[in-house]
Design a protein around this ligand. Structure first.
Ligand code: HEM
Length: 389
């Protein structure tokens, strides 16, 4: 069972907190959208024989007019009871879209293939409760609208609603993504940037390969680390020549299952606290610290630390761009009609819909971890697996 704490280096940061809380009053919730022209330019997901086509913000306006209302109700309730849902959804959505476009392939993977230490390390520690929320929403949406909305679309809308419910910007999502027939190929999963990446040019290259070519995309999207945790293996290579790095190292030596808050100021609030942390040298991952070390990205880090509205606006824009991450085969696939965790032909799937995980109360009481070690789930089968990391 992992312990979690934001205490690392906390005392030294009391003064910064004061600045942070002063700037917090500047918070706003802009709605932002790409222009029609940009949407056309960015429509790289292509169209194909699986029924998919161009994405559109109002894709489900006729077939499922209450989609957003239904998703919002589920997400708001879930986030109120369990603050790990927002970071969980954000990371799932990013890890779904980045490798081969937003196609819910991440939900199809299954413990032995891609999740956790036994599979692709990049996908370790995904939040199982957030995944189950996506499936619960799908079941309700399909009961109301028929099987018209893909799991990829539900994941994207749920993520946007979770950001909003946690204090972040309200942004629309381009919809109409098809679900993949199979999990993503490891070759594509391997395009996810490694947390040990210290060179901004390499991070930028990885993002640019997905259509996120502005440095502002890299910096603003990294701002998602304003919520959630990282586990020791993710930052073991971080520089240790500063007090914060030494504190992290000590925590992990004491407890290798340690889960470190990424934004120690406001770990569950979607705000610009992450940029304060990075600005003052308290980024947890090497890739976070890299943004501080390169003058081009350091300038953006400083700008977002001082202007939350600017961060929100760029974040919304970059999240919309993420929806257009290239799909190598075009927007082909199916709408998973039985479960987001199972392809319609039953060939691929993971049995995680009914796995029991820690309750929100247990998590907030620190009684257990917020993520399930899915390799343990695989071992234990269906019901009864509790959280461990
Ligand atoms: C710049 C490249 C990025 C790298 C190298 C990176 C890497 C990581 C790593 C290693 C973790 C910790 C996993 C663990 O140990 O549990 C993490 C957590 C997280 N990442 Fe990223 N990430 C990047 C960009 C992003 C983006 C673009 C988003 C979303 C838009 C995102 C959202 C998150 C969230 C919300 C968490 C916390 C998850 C939780 O607490 O459940 N990351 N990331």
């Amino acid at each position: 069972m992992a312990r979690r704490s934001g205490a690392a280096g906390g005392a030294a940061l009391a003064g910064i907190l004061l600045v942070a809380s002063t700037l917090a009053v500047l918070m706003s919730r802009p709605t932002a959208a790409l222009s029609d022209e940009e949407l056309t330019l960015n429509a790289t997901v292509g169209s194909g024989g699986g029924g998919g086509g161009k994405l559109a913000f109002d894709y489900h306006a006729v077939s499922c007019p209450h989609l957003v209302t239904i998703v919002r109700a589920y997400v708001q309730t879930a986030v109120r009871g369990d603050a790990t849902i927002t970071p969980g959804l954000l990371r799932i959505h990013f890890h779904d879209c980045f490798p081969q476009g937003c196609d819910a392939s991440i939900l199809l993977a299954g413990p032995s293939r891609e999740w956790g230490p036994a599979g692709m390390p990049a996908n370790a520690n995904l939040n199982l409760r957030a995944m189950q929320l996506i499936e619960r929403i799908r079941a309700h949406v399909h009961a109301v609208c028929g099987a018209t909305v893909s799991c990829a679309d539900i994941t994207a809308v749920a993520t946007s609603e979770a950001v909003y419910a946690s204090g972040g910007p309200l942004y629309g999502v381009p919809l109409g993504q098809m679900d993949s027939f199979a999990p993503a190929h490891p070759r594509f999963i391997g395009t996810l940037p490694a947390p040990s990446t210290a060179d901004v040019n390499r991070l930028h290259g990885a993002f640019c390969g997905k259509g996120l070519c502005d440095l502002a995309d890299l910096v603003a999207l990294s701002g998602a680390h304003t919520v959630g945790y990282a586990h020791c293996p993710a930052f073991q290579d971080r520089r240790q020549d500063d007090a914060f790095g030494q504190q992290l190292q000590m925590n992990c030596r004491r407890n290798p299952s340690w889960a470190q808050i990424l934004d120690m100021f406001t770990p569950y609030r979607f705000d610009n606290g992450y940029f304060f942390a990075v600005f003052y040298g308290n980024g947890v991952l090497t890739s976070d610290m890299a943004l501080r070390g390169d003058p081009r990205t350091a300038q953006l880090v400083r700008a977002y630390a001082g202007n939350q509205a600017a961060f929100f606006q760029q974040f919304a824009r970059s999240m919309q761009k993420l929806s257009y991450a290239p799909k190598p085969q075009g927007n082909v696939g199916e709408i998973r009609r039985f479960s987001c965790f199972r392809s319609n032909n039953g060939r691929y799937g993971a049995d995680i819909a009914d796995v029991t995980v820690a309750t929100a109360d247990e998590v907030s009481a620190g009684a257990t971890d917020n993520v399930v070690d899915v390799s343990a789930v695989a071992d234990e089968g269906s019901a009864g697996a509790t959280a461990s990391a």
